[in-house]
Design a protein around this ligand. Sequence first.
Ligand SMILES: *[C@@H]1O[C@H](CO)[C@@H](O)[C@H](O)[C@H]1NC(C)=O
Ligand SMILES: *[C@@H]1O[C@H](CO)[C@@H](O)[C@H](O)[C@H]1NC(C)=O
Ligand SMILES: *[C@@H]1O[C@H](CO)[C@@H](O)[C@H](O)[C@H]1NC(C)=O
Ligand SMILES: *[C@@H]1O[C@H](CO)[C@@H](O)[C@H](O)[C@H]1NC(C)=O
Ligand SMILES: *[C@@H]1O[C@H](CO)[C@@H](O)[C@H](O)[C@H]1NC(C)=O
Ligand SMILES: *[C@@H]1O[C@H](CO)[C@@H](O)[C@H](O)[C@H]1NC(C)=O
Length: 463
Amino acid sequence: MRNPNMFTTAVVLASLLSVASAIDRTTVAEQSAISDPAEQCTTYNFPPIEEEIPKFPQVFTKATILENDDVARAKFEEISSKIPDIAPKKEGDIDNYDTDQDSDCWWTATLCTQPKAKDVLADISLVPEPQTLGYGFDDGPNCSHNAFYDHLTAQKQKATMFFIGSNVLTWPLQAKRAMDDGHEICVHTWSHPQMTTLSNEDAFAEIYYSMQAIKLLTGATPTCFRPPFGDIDDRIRAISNSLGLTNILWQFDTNDSVPGPSGEVEEANIQKSYLNFIEAANNGTFSTRGAILLAHETNNLTMQQAINFYPQLRAAFKHIVPIGVAFNKTQPYVEQDFKFPDFAKYIETEVTTVQNGTPSTGTIGTTSSTQSSVVSPASSTSGTPPSIPISISTASSGSAQAALPTGSDNSPDGLVRKMTVNASFTPKGVGFIMSSQNDGNGAESLSLSSTAVVLVPVVLLLL
Ligand SMILES: *[C@@H]1O[C@H](CO)[C@@H](O)[C@H](O)[C@H]1NC(C)=O
Ligand SMILES: *[C@@H]1O[C@H](CO)[C@@H](O)[C@H](O)[C@H]1NC(C)=O
Ligand SMILES: *[C@@H]1O[C@H](CO)[C@@H](O)[C@H](O)[C@H]1NC(C)=O
Ligand SMILES: *[C@@H]1O[C@H](CO)[C@@H](O)[C@H](O)[C@H]1NC(C)=O
Ligand SMILES: *[C@@H]1O[C@H](CO)[C@@H](O)[C@H](O)[C@H]1NC(C)=O
Ligand SMILES: *[C@@H]1O[C@H](CO)[C@@H](O)[C@H](O)[C@H]1NC(C)=O
């Protein structure tokens, strides 16, 4: 800075800012009532934990066992003998890793979930119940998550939240809200590193201090862990298992945190991934066992996509449950006073219809559809299918169901079909799930997306 007055001004401004940010907030209700994202993300002091903060590593820096933390040190010594002798991975190791032998069961290299080491638990990467989605979100609590959590509450939907310890300490009331709202809280490390690259001690600290932070805010010690990027091997499995945690991976990724060719996460790619997944759900992929889908609480985009696609997930799956529930884990935390229903109990009271209100509901108008493109022969399973125009009159985001006039598929096979469409839409795009039932005994379904908003030709694929 060339001008000393400018410097003074900057110092005064900086101190004003720090005074302004030193507000206190004390209740979840108070924090949850804030709708402006910037205000939600204003740093605040939460007096009940102020004195505890020095007992934790600095937020968003790689955790390590703190000097003088005899309890953590003793715990680490206690579990050390259970950790297999596997060297921390280095950059480039993946290129030379023997994936056939896969001696470390390194998920990043091979998607291995069945450990090679003794006394290490297999990872969970799907849920056993058919047509069931184990619903979870990584990286929270996000400071501005109220719209998302309000949505989950409105849908009476519980989920599994994989929390970053640094976020928990930085946004304590947001973390407490997850517990108050009845979500399942799991550990997602202190600072989101690639776990297999860390020393035993640092890997331990990343998990241990996150568990302590969650315990400090919620009174509950978690029993589940998800490694960032899925980067886990038998060494990391052993460390988390020794801390009482089950490891949870996934088989499907919304790609809501995967950068596209532009280097940015692309909304269109997220939408494509959700729709692929929904198509898989509709074509019988989960008829014998369910799925775990990776999605994030990281930012507005990831949370908004979760909201936008909720109606279609709801329609595509019979049950959407926290992951622990799908495993009948009725005691989700170490402390006995927290209870969850088992799967059977949960689904007894599960709300399986999309609740109006959030997101705002729009309308789908149907137009009569008499036109058709080239028709396929009645007996054929391929060919160019007929199409049906549907006009959508909304400028906002939302979801809607509509029944099309019976027979409007204009199908070439002479069968009369009853059709329904579930759609969710945003100003930028529309996603559909459509089902048709013919007057024989076949049920047909498809899903597709379109970026057109006003008049969307829906292509009906006749199976
Ligand atoms: C939360 O989401 C907001 C909005 O997308 C974003 O600005 C912020 O960086 C996110 N991060 C955290 C830690 O809450
Ligand atoms: C996410 O992207 C990967 C890589 O492009 C792709 O293989 C995967 O199918 C996508 N996820 C879904 C659910 O489509
Ligand atoms: C179901 O849909 C998914 C996602 O598009 C696809 O990968 C899979 O091959 C389909 N399976 C069947 C049996 O059609
Ligand atoms: C994302 O940001 C928009 C614009 O501020 C807001 O209307 C919307 O509620 C936000 N969505 C979520 C999930 O926070
Ligand atoms: C559409 O939504 C309704 C109500 O949520 C549901 O009963 C129906 O099965 C859904 N249809 C499709 C094709 O997903
Ligand atoms: C959960 O309990 C039900 C009985 O209520 C049982 O059928 C199911 O197999 C159990 N699931 C698991 C993963 O143990």
